[in-house]
Design a protein around this ligand. Sequence first.
Ligand SMILES: CCCCCCCCCCCCCCCC(=O)SCCNC(=O)CCNC(=O)[C@H](O)C(C)(C)COP(=O)(O)O
Ligand SMILES: Nc1ncnc2c1ncn2[C@@H]1O[C@H](COP(=O)(O)O)[C@@H](OP(=O)(O)O)[C@H]1O
Length: 341
Amino acid sequence: MATRNRFKAEVPMSELSQFSSPSSTTGSTNRQQNAPSSPWSPTFLEGILLAIYPFTLVLGSLFSVLNTTTRNTPYSGDLQSHPPNIAPSYFALKSNVFNVYFVKIGWFWITGAFFLFCFTHSSLGPRFIPTLTPRRIRALVRYTAVTAVWCAVTQWFFGPPIIDRGFRLTGGQCAIIYSDDPINNYKQNQMSDTREIFTHAACKVAGGSWRGGHDISGHVFILILGSAMLWLEILPDVLRNGGLREDRRIRMHDGAVKTAAVETHDEKGNVHVPGELGLGVRVALCIAGLSWWMLLMTAAYFHTWLEKFTGLVVAFSVIYAVYFVPRGLPALRSVLGMPGV
Ligand SMILES: CCCCCCCCCCCCCCCC(=O)SCCNC(=O)CCNC(=O)[C@H](O)C(C)(C)COP(=O)(O)O
Ligand SMILES: Nc1ncnc2c1ncn2[C@@H]1O[C@H](COP(=O)(O)O)[C@@H](OP(=O)(O)O)[C@H]1O
């Protein structure tokens, strides 16, 4: 096992085609057919990988309509969930353990998995030694770019995060929910002028409800963004499939469009194919798998179709900007690089 972990195979370019076709074993002819001709398009295999996300949202949303128990359980727009006392499933509770300890601190787990992979997988540098190789630096730059957008969308964007700004811009505001207790109501009025509350978090603290606007699903956004980043970082380094490596198209400085093979093979024409999984990849696969499950649960029990759809669109836009746009823009590629290159 230890031998396998240290092994790094070199496969000549001429032999690579047998590993490379996503849908057949007949080598380079089919590989060319499945490869996109434009640097702006994902490969066939990347397309399939990314299609899992909208498919999951549709699956979960259909479940909520077709499952009799879920369909017949009242849904509260104010809570953005089914009332907890009549929740149709454990996973329909906001207090479920995976929500509280996984999604609510989701970027912590994604970050941990990313760093573990980055510093323990031999394709990026010496294992368990924190030296900064060019591949590690480019991976960290991509992580920083994605993290900056995650932060702007969900945490802080020169004030309220983009999700909360979007909610206010579409007519939403914080509405105080009054109870039967007049003293409590008086205190709530004293505590806050709700028109001055611009974030969802502050609204909850003031005992209010975020009402009226379009609330992009933060859960859908973070679960897709984090797990897609892990997939796109890790798979090109551990799978030999050309659909994730050599079949990717890139535009060169002279405008010519070539396959990523021009950057993945060395001066002898060999491609270094990693021969290990390792702890980092295993942990990342667990995090990405759990993210998929929680995405399905969010789709089944929370939010409207439109709010889930906009969460998907925002997450996909970030993924496209960081992982696909550099293929067509050499200057950006020299900063962000490409996974597996
Ligand atoms: C040589 C060996 C090296 C080994 C390297 C291992 C290194 C591990 C390092 C681990 C460091 C982790 C540092 C993480 C820093 C963080 O990101 S902490 C942030 C945690 N916070 C979150 O994740 C918040 C996530 N939540 C949200 O974005 C939103 O709450 C929401 C879920 C999108 C929606 O919120 P609602 O309130 O439900 O609307
Ligand atoms: N899979 C899931 N499990 C539990 N709660 C979820 C969930 N998906 C969304 N929610 C809850 O639904 C609300 C809206 O989520 P979001 O906008 O982040 O997608 C949040 O409630 P709270 O903010 O009251 O915790 C969130 O915790």
